[in-house]
Design a protein around this ligand. Structure first.
Ligand code: CTP
Ligand code: MG
Length: 237
């Protein structure tokens, strides 16, 4: 692996999930959103970001949907990798292994969920700008706005959890290639990259994003995502 004094930026998009909570007949990354497969929106934003050199998409080994769409109109930056694993962390790690010869140890990798179609260029640019000189890297996140309750098995409140200093993690999550790969190789049961980095003893920075970068998990989220994309200009800057 090469060393680099001017680190480049690569996007890695895990898209090997089945979308079980959506309950659709199709993995959610391929559901239609404004006439395009959902995943295409975030890929277009990442490909259009000048700071990003290449956009790697981690698909499941037996993905039969990718080839049904025409990606030729998209940037040559886009590279599909058919190497997903049983969990999101497995898919990300498999993607990192697959690109080992394309990246330098100190290059930045921005991991972004395929299931967040409303990613905008200002989200990506803010993250890159704020973390460019950071030792550790960090993530887009939102300060908690709601009051938090912990429930018992009967869904009765047992506790109110103080929300000060609590944040909701989003993606992209941006770390140096070698740091992220080592952290994921040692971590178990993590649901995002930052958890693996934390488990390695480092403290990722939180960069404030906004609510438009939502993750499509439940059927209603698809309608919200559509509304956000249609009303983008008026929503946030
Ligand atoms: N993902 C992945 N490999 C997996 C599981 C998830 O690449 N084995 C990806 C998904 O495709 C998605 C992102 O990780 O882009 C976030 O995961 P999530 O929202 O949980 O998606 P799914 O796992 O597909 O949905 P569900 O949990 O409802 O089945
Ligand atoms: Mg999942």
């Amino acid at each position: 692996m090469q060393q680099s004094f001017h680190p480049r930026h690569f996007a890695l998009v895990p898209a090997a999930g089945s979308g079980s909570r959506m309950g659709a007949g199709l993995p959610k990354q391929y559901l239609p959103l404004l006439g395009q497969p959902l995943i295409r929106h975030a890929l277009a934003t990442l490909c259009a970001t000048p700071e990003i050199d290449q956009v790697f998409v981690v698909l499941s080994v037996d993905d039969s949907h990718w080839a049904r769409h025409d990606w030729s109109e998209m940037s040559p930056k886009l590279v599909p990798l058919f190497c997903g694993g049983p969990t999101r962390a497995d898919s990300v790690l498999a993607g990192l292994r697959a690109i080992a010869h394309d990246v330098a140890a100190t290059d930045w990798v921005l991991v972004h969920d395929a299931a967040r179609p409303c990613l905008a260029s200002w989200h990506v640019e803010r993250l890159i700008r704020e973390l460019g000189h950071d030792d550790c890297g960090g993530i887009l996140a939102l300060p908690m706005a709601d009051t938090l309750k912990r429930a018992d098995e009967q869904r009765r409140i047992v506790e109110t959890v103080a929300r000060d200093r609590l944040w909701r993690a989003q993606t992209p999550q941006m770390f140096r290639y070698v740091v992220l790969r080592r952290a994921l190789e040692s971590a178990h049961g993590v649901t995002d990259e930052a958890s693996a980095i934390e488990a390695a003893g480092l403290r990722p920075r939180l960069i404030e994003g906004d609510t438009t970068n939502l993750k499509v998990t439940w059927p209603l989220d698809l309608h919200l995502a559509e509304w956000i994309l249609l009303h983008r200009e008026g929503v946030v800057q």
